[in-house]
Design a protein around this ligand. Structure first.
Ligand code: PLP
Ligand code: COI
Length: 341
């Protein structure tokens, strides 16, 4: 398969239309058989549930070319399960896991020419999503939905690549106590737009959101979970009911324990104890692990000892091991890698 003529090494995290996407419609209480289409446009009523009341949920995962030339995806079963939880919370129907996996496989295979080559630093980002499509004017769930998956080749989420980021402790919340912070709903990201534009205007790369109830504990950023390394080399990552259960974070906790022999723990982390951490990173599908060099809390700077030049040593080991597993250089735990071809 001949690859597209794309400057893979200089791709940013943006949208590029690829050849085929998957679509399935839910009507009269059931999903249709689904299909691949070249049509990237969606026509819907002006009163569609998604447009009026933001009834939409999504996922994000990546396809990689491995060292030996296979195309694989990383733990897509967990994305299927999380989409199910997100959909349930917004009163949407379940898109069955086996069908989700089949849709992913079909989209990757149909867009093989866009899967970046091994070693290019880029990947094919996959975006499954589902939304209410029929007219809804009283506040209630839609009756009809569409599930879609498209792919787009991407480079690093943060422009500097592996250069440490500067983060602002935000005065805004991205989630509410007992709200929807723990699901992947479009509405959470709409909530975060003003906060991220404000942070960027002030020269910060990202926001650190605090727990919305007490504003004393570290939650996450707009698109990634936090991961810290303590001075005694323990990996710790925030536990909270209002953050997204990151698949990357869950994988890194396993990697820390089982591959690197480190202690790793998901627990509440107060903002107060951040000044005592040795390393900090943002983890997620898009972010992979992006190092944090500085956190600014209302003018008070917390400078991580790992500095502003490179990743801390333990963060680097986690990064190398995780990406090694994803790219087929390191043996993966059972079930983590789904081979497409
Ligand atoms: N937190 C938020 C708010 C996100 O949008 C994401 C991205 O998916 C993550 C965390 C990381 O999750 P994952 O590792 O499953 O991609
Ligand atoms: C992902 O990492 O897949 C996300 O959805 C994060 C988003 C901010 C791009």
């Amino acid at each position: 398969m001949e690859k597209k003529n794309i400057d893979w090494a200089n791709l940013g995290f943006g949208y590029m239309k690829t050849d085929k996407r998957y679509v399935s419609d839910f009507k009269d209480g059931k999903w249709d058989e689904g299909r691949l289409t070249e049509d990237d446009q969606i026509v819907m009523s002006e009163c569609a549930g998604v447009l009026q009341y933001a009834q939409t949920v999504f996922e994000g995962l990546k396809a990689y070319t491995t060292e030996d030339g296979h195309i694989v995806v990383f733990r897509p079963d967990l994305n299927a399960e999380r989409l199910e939880q997100s959909a349930a919370r917004l009163e949407m129907p379940v898109f069955p896991k086996e069908r989700f996996l089949d849709a992913i496989e079909k989209v990757v295979a149909a867009n093989e020419a866009y899967v970046p080559p091994y070693g290019s630093g880029a990947t094919l980002y996959l975006r499954p999503f589902m939304f209410g499509i029929n007219p809804v004017i009283g506040v209630k769930p839609a009756d009809e939905y569409q599930f879609r998956v498209f792919g787009t080749p991407v480079g690093p989420y943060f422009k500097g690549g592996a250069k440490p980021l500067t983060i602002k402790v935000s005065d805004f919340d991205r989630a509410a106590p007992c709200g929807t912070g723990n699901i992947k709903a479009g509405l959470n990201y709409a909530m975060s737009l003003h906060a991220i534009v404000t942070a960027h205007k002030e020269g910060y790369d990202e926001n650190m959101y605090l727990d919305p109830k007490t504003r004393t504990k570290v939650e996450e950023t707009g698109g990634a979970n936090f991961l810290f390394v303590t001075k005694d080399n323990k990996v710790v990552t925030p536990k909270s009911d209002s953050i997204l259960p990151s698949i990357t974070r869950r994988s890194l906790v396993y990697v820390a324990k089982e591959y690197l022999g480190l202690e790793a723990e998901e627990r509440e982390i107060t903002l107060e104890e951040v000044k005592d951490m040795a390393e900090c990173g943002l983890c997620g599908t898009a972010a992979v692990i992006s190092p944090v060099g500085k956190i600014v809390d209302h003018g008070k700077e917390i400078c991580l000892p790992s500095g502003m030049e490179k990743m801390g040593p333990t963060t680097q080991k986690l990064y190398d091991t995780l990406t090694g597993i994803q790219m087929g250089r390191i043996k993966a735990p059972e079930g983590w890698i789904r081979v497409i071809k």
